[in-house]
Design a protein around this ligand. Structure first.
Ligand code: PMP
Length: 362
């Protein structure tokens, strides 16, 4: 008898990593390994979450009506151009499932967010990867690889883990060069952090074309990573398709309430951005001072390259940090064995990180 096996391609999806634990069995005291908001969520989100907790016995609104309306109001777009998901990771999976399958190609860039390759493999589509240049997306390389079988092109802009971004004019050029049957998905998870005039999260591209979708998240600027809320803005025909594919009731009741409330707290957003700007600059400066290469980042994390030293590899350095209760992200699985991604923490966390690094790198 044949044994039960997962569908072809599932075996190539990276397994979930076991939780890293400290020798004493505790979790890291300072976790800078995932790109969360160091300031936490808005107090308004917490209040809305607590109120929603009184209705936990009820199903959430399967159409996320109030949240869609709040998003539409905030960004001056139509509610029927928006749908929501259980984190933007789920949106990446939903859109891939809706538009690609076995025999199709899903195209993205070399150091592109790892959710893209997972989604492509889950649907049985073939992932196709365009080389980057100096840890930045090469839109020409992407456009050249788009062909008859390319159903989706994912562009994380800005990208995780590199922290780099593609200027608006290059994104427009990429879109113009894609075949009409190809959907361009702009993953704008970190859009809120970018303070550059030549950057555009993609609202106009979506409004002006019928094959562009923008994906956003409440995990970063709004500090709601633990609640899992993502959303997409696209032409109504695409949104309707995504709504057919997504699971019913995919966004929990407290999550919808907390996300809608977050959109009303501009003060918290400003505080988050100010914190990120100043501590990202501070960390970059301090790291460069001890010989670490810091790649320019427009996100809430920085990518660093450890100087070549036979006694201090990334695994050794990571262990040293762990011994101090600090967890950062090693990027060997991205093909960047000398690199680490460090999320901007609180003032105390950033100082603790630098103190620990100076012990071994100064
Ligand atoms: N896109 C990018 C570029 C990301 O870095 C992440 C998470 N780090 C996501 C999407 C998924 O975020 P979430 O599922 O928390 O919305």
């Amino acid at each position: 008898m044949e044994r039960l096996t997962p569908r072809v391609g599932i075996g190539q999806i990276a397994p979930h990593k076991p939780m890293i634990r400290l020798p004493n069995g505790g979790r890291p005291l300072i976790d800078l390994s995932l790109s969360h908001n160091a300031l936490g969520p808005s107090p308004r989100s917490i209040t809305a979450y607590r109120q929603a907790a009184q209705n936990l016995h009820r199903y959430p609104d399967g159409e996320h009506t109030a949240l869609r309306m709040a998003i539409a109001r905030r960004y001056d777009i139509e509610p029927d151009h928006v749908t929501c998901s259980n984190g933007s990771d789920e949106m990446i999976q939903i859109v891939t499932e809706a538009y690609a399958g076995p025999g199709d190609e899903v195209l993205f860039h070399q150091y592109g967010y790892h959710g893209f390759i997972k989604a492509a493999r889950m649907t049985g589509a073939t992932p196709v990867i365009a080389a980057e240049r100096d840890l930045a997306v090469d839109v020409e390389a992407l456009a050249e690889l788009a062909g008859d079988r390319t159903k989706i092109v994912f562009l994380a802009n800005p990208n995780n883990p590199t922290g780099s971004y593609v200027p608006a004019e290059q994104v427009q050029r990429l879109r113009a060069e894609l075949p009409a049957h190809t959907l361009l998905v702009l993953d704008s998870a970190y859009a809120d952090y970018v303070r550059r005039n030549n950057y555009d999260p993609g609202f106009d591209l979506v409004s002006d074309h019928d094959n562009v979708l923008m994906v956003r998240t409440f995990s970063k600027l709004h500090g709601l990573a633990g609640l899992r809320i993502g959303w997409a803005y696209g032409p109504p025909a695409i949104i309707e398709t995504l709504d057919r594919v997504r699971p019913l009731y995919n966004v929990g009741l407290p999550a919808q309430a907390a996300a809608a409330a977050a959109l009303g707290d501009l003060e918290h957003e400003e505080a988050t951005l100010a914190h990120n700007d100043s501590w990202s600059a501070w960390l970059s400066h301090e790291l460069r001072a001890i010989g670490v290469r810091v790649y320019p980042s427009v996100c809430n994390f920085i990518l660093v390259r450890i100087p070549p030293d036979p006694t201090m590899s990334v695994p050794t350095l990571s262990q040293h940090l762990l011994d101090h209760g600090i967890l950062v992200k090693s990027l060997g699985h991205y093909g960047l064995p000398d690199c680490m991604r460090i999320t901007i923490g609180t003032e105390e966390e950033n100082h603790a990180l630098m103190d620990a690094l100076r012990e071994v790198l100064d």
